[in-house]
Design a protein around this ligand. Structure first.
Ligand code: MN
Length: 229
């Protein structure tokens, strides 16, 4: 370790199911507009609005069922439940087959969004950073390792608030399924082990308030629980 002028930030890690060792996070990428029913509920058109990519800092992750503080600078915090791909190998201009071999495991996460700031950003064609990449904006559950290459995904992805189902989609309904999404992302970035990819949300996004207890699960992942404080 070189001498540094101040204490370096702690490594961001998240739990792995049935293992002592944790997953060290490098970067967090997110896809937007990846389920048709959500594109439609946001007023978009799936033919003219293909999936888009944005990013969150690794230290926006909240793991181990930690509490999520209601963020400042918004009065419209929204939940977006998403399947998360955790990479265990590098990907650069990869084929879909290579992409499937690079996925270490799966988790469920929530892409928390300051919807009011996102609306303003869209109007001004401005970046989404303030709407998406704020502190504590990415609660995530433990990673379930895959036993082989990632296959086609199907099965429920759902989010409940205080026990009421708010989002209930199917992983098979992604416009860009994981293999295609990773191949496309690897055209833009040199992906490496430790990178996480949030794969977009199905319909049913909506507001959260202080005190809300959120739980989420996708087929093949461990549960995620957190409280907005
Ligand atoms: Mn999202």
């Amino acid at each position: 370790m070189p001498e540094t002028v101040f204490t370096p930030p702690a490594l961001v890690t998240i739990p792995v199911v049935d293992q002592q060792a944790r997953f060290a996070v490098r970067r967090v990428f997110c896809a937007g507009r990846n389920y048709a029913d959500h594109v439609v509920e946001m007023g978009g058109n799936i033919n003219t609005s293909p999936p888009v990519f944005f990013a969150k800092p690794a230290d926006a992750l909240v793991s181990d069922d930690g509490d999520v503080p209601y963020p400042r600078a918004t009065s419209d915090l929204h939940h977006e439940v998403e399947l998360v791909l955790a990479l265990g190998k590098p990907l650069r201009q990869a084929s879909e087959e290579d992409a499937c071999n690079a996925v270490y495991g799966l988790a469920v996460g929530v892409d928390l969004t300051r919807r009011d700031l996102q609306g303003l950003a869209k109007k001004k064609a401005a970046p989404w950073t303030a709407a998406k990449a704020f502190d504590h904006s990415a609660p995530i559950g433990p990673i379930t390792p895959l036993s082989g290459p990632l296959g086609p995904l199907t099965g429920p992805i759902r989010l409940r608030v205080n026990g009421d189902v708010r989002q209930n989609g199917d992983l098979a309904h992604m416009l860009w399924p994981p293999a295609k999404l990773l191949a496309a992302l690897s055209e833009l970035f040199d992906l490496k082990a430790g990178d996480l990819v949030f794969t977009g949300t199905p319909a049913g996004v909506g507001p959260l308030q202080r005190g809300d207890m959120v739980d989420a699960k996708a087929h093949g992942t461990a549960d995620l629980h957190f409280t907005i404080i």
